[in-house]
Design a protein around this ligand. Structure first.
Ligand code: 13P
Ligand code: SF4
Length: 302
């Protein structure tokens, strides 16, 4: 592994590349990254990075978002098959039909959607700023179609008092976390604060001390006086939480909360991407142009 890391360092300089990684990727991949964060942080990084090449260690829609924000840069996804099942749950033509049924509605898309779907939307949001986008970006009068995550939509509706036309999408990793698992973990660690991701089911979210995006969890833990935390999200985030807070204890609510797509980004594949300059994200100009509007609106609410 050390040899692969050395190769990556050299190649990175040679290619003038920056490596960015999502909080869920493998620990050794997080460790070679120049920036590790949540979907919002990664979007901001992609729009501000000066390097010519961005190696995106995350899933397809995230790399597409980086390309939309930095169309002149080369964006590499080390594993082409690293997709997001939730993003695949709605297609542009399904969205088109939904829009026809609700003419005049504003479309708010979770960033976990394809570039082609984003091109048909008015606003994007991430789990970090969804509540803010609705409270501050949408007037309160209009009908809102909120796609594709029904659970995030439910959470935001509760927080804002707005109602949404939703889509039955969900993240299979978060949706398989059960209330019984939180109960069990709570019995084992009664002093622990409970941090839950808003992609979880409502009956799981109910247990939360705080509902947060992955970066929100990292920030919360840094500032909290508590010593123990139950973490209700994909377990890749535990690496960062433990590294940044060695004096605190972290327990996953569900050991089974593993995103196999995020884990496809192996260290060897990062090296391969820098060696071969593959796999490059390419998008039609029109998609970039149209999707960019909704993403830039999202970036106004950070
Ligand atoms: P955040 O890191 O933005 O909270 O997103 C979680 C997630 O499931 C990304 O696919
Ligand atoms: Fe998609 Fe869920 Fe994996 Fe995130 S954790 S990439 S939402 S499947």
């Amino acid at each position: 592994m050390e040899e692969v890391k050395r190769d990556i360092e050299q190649l990175k300089k040679m290619r003038r590349a920056v490596i960015v990684a999502h909080n869920y990727v493998l620990p050794e991949v997080q460790d070679v990254a120049d920036f590790v964060g949540d979907s919002l942080g990664l979007s901001i990084a992609a729009s501000t990075i000066k390097a010519e090449v961005i190696v995106f260690c995350g899933v397809f829609f995230m790399a597409e978002t980086a390309k939309i924000l930095s169309p002149r840069k080369i964006v590499l996804l080390p594993e082409r098959e690293a997709g997001c099942p939730m993003a695949d749950m709605i297609t542009p033509s399904e969205l088109h039909t939904l829009k026809e049924r609700h003419p005049g509605a504003t479309v708010l898309a979770y960033v976990n959607t394809s570039a082609a779907v984003k091109a048909e939307c008015d606003f994007c949001c991430t789990s970090a700023n969804a509540v803010k986008v609705v409270r501050e970006g949408l007037s309160g009068e209009e009908e809102i179609i909120f796609i594709p995550d029904q659970y995030l939509a439910h959470y935001v509706a509760q927080k804002t008092g707005r109602s949404f036309i939703t889509w039955p999408g969900y993240c299979p990793v978060h949706a398989q976390i059960t209330a019984e698992e939180v109960e069990r973990a709570r019995r084992l660690h009664p002093q622990a604060e409970i941090l839950i991701h808003p992609e979880c089911r409502p009956e799981v979210v109910e247990y939360a001390t705080c509902v947060l995006s992955t970066e929100g969890m990292c920030r919360y833990v840094r500032e909290s006086q508590a010593r123990e935390f139950l973490i209700g999200t994909e377990i890749g985030i535990l690496h960062r939480l433990r590294r940044e807070n060695p004096e605190k204890e972290f327990y996953p609510v569900s050991e089974g909360a593993v995103c196999t797509n995020m884990k496809k980004i192996a260290l060897e594949k990062v090296r391969w991407a820098l060696e071969t300059m593959e796999y490059q994200i390419e998008l039609p100009e029109l998609v970039i142009h149209r999707a960019r509007r909704s993403i830039e609106r999202m970036l106004q609410f950070v």
